[in-house]
Design a protein around this ligand. Structure first.
Ligand SMILES: Cc1ncc(C[n+]2csc(CCOP(=O)(O)OP(=O)(O)O)c2C)c(N)n1
Ligand SMILES: [Mg+2]
Length: 270
């Protein structure tokens, strides 16, 4: 089986390749979440293409649908798609590989892109699973800028009220949104205290340390303490490509020939 570090590297290579070939955006937010998805799909989630219809499998709700290349890459590497379907279909007219994730694809639970919706849906699914006494865990991956949406805070209250301890929210806290830093647009701090005040269990991790991610996410999955769990993953937008790291421009910019060659060399050498 492919190890998590190799999976993360392959996810990054696929992200930059898709964004280069199809001239699409959101490469920075896709690279920041690559390690989180590698750990989830490589070690933590009880999901496989063969078990898509199994009601007791885990669920991942990916709220930052604009950063679709990261999720598409992870699912592709885990065998959810036919060979070449992603590379040929991505953003092609009539294809389900749309530039914001699409639930018509195997492994994608919810079409997202309009930010602020996946956590609420994940809450409903978590509540249903508890009422049916199903064993699985429900994960929701959110971006930081997305927390400006009030719908998230309704979901955060709802989850604690219903003791949804089968729910794990992961915040990709890369500190940058589309037109400015999180701090400039709407500051989130003290973010951990906010979740704690809403009666969630909170853990903060380095979102690029694979060992920390494996142990934190596995523990969050195992711990059924009566509270929903939030993992605040401190990340770097553009992580893995030095000239994209912490650069606002790479929210929307698409790599040109030179950027693409340089990015691949760096990722391959990492
Ligand atoms: C409801 C809604 N408002 C605005 C947008 C436009 N938009 C696309 S990405 C984005 C913010 C990106 O920043 P962040 O949420 O932090 O994502 P990341 O840094 O992970 O890319 C915005 C405002 C949107 N997709 N949905
Ligand atoms: Mg962000």
């Amino acid at each position: 089986m492919i190890d998590v570090a190799t999976l993360a590297k392959k996810i990054r290579l696929k992200i930059v390749t898709l964004c280069f070939q199809k001239k699409t955006s959101h490469v920075g937010g896709a690279l920041s979440v690559a390690d989180i998805l590698a750990v989830l799909y490589g070690k933590v989630l009880d999901i496989s293409p063969a078990r898509i219809k199994d009601p007791s499998r885990d669920r991942l709700f990916y709220s930052k649908g604009h950063a679709c290349t990261a999720l598409y890459a992870a699912l592709d590497l885990k065998g959810f798609f036919e060979p070449n379907a992603l590379s040929e279909g991505f953003t092609t007219d009539g294809s389900y590989f749309t530039s914001h994730i699409n639930h018509q694809l195997p492994g994608v639970e919810l079409s997202t892109g309009s930010l602020g919706h996946a956590l609420g849906v994940a809450c409903g699914v978590s509540l249903a699973a508890k009422r049916r006494q199903q064993p699985q865990s429900i994960f929701a991956v959110l971006s930081d800028g997305e927390l400006d949406e009030g719908s998230n805070w309704e979901a955060i209250m709802f989850a604690a009220h219903h003791h949804l301890d089968n729910l794990i929210a992961i915040i990709d806290y890369n500190k940058i949104q589309s037109f400015g830093s999180v701090q400039e647009v709407i500051g989130l701090e003290p973010l951990a205290d906010k979740f704690k005040a809403f009666n969630w269990d909170v853990t903060e991790v380095d979102g690029h340390c694979l060992e920390q991610l494996v142990s934190t996410l596995s523990q969050a999955k195992a711990n059924r303490s009566g509270k929903p769990k939030c993992v605040i993953a401190h990340t770097v937008k553009g992580k893995g490509v030095s000239f994209m790291e912490n650069k606002l421009a790479w929210h929307y910019k698409s790599p040109n020939d030179i950027d693409f060659q340089a990015a691949c060399l760096e990722i391959e050498a990492s």
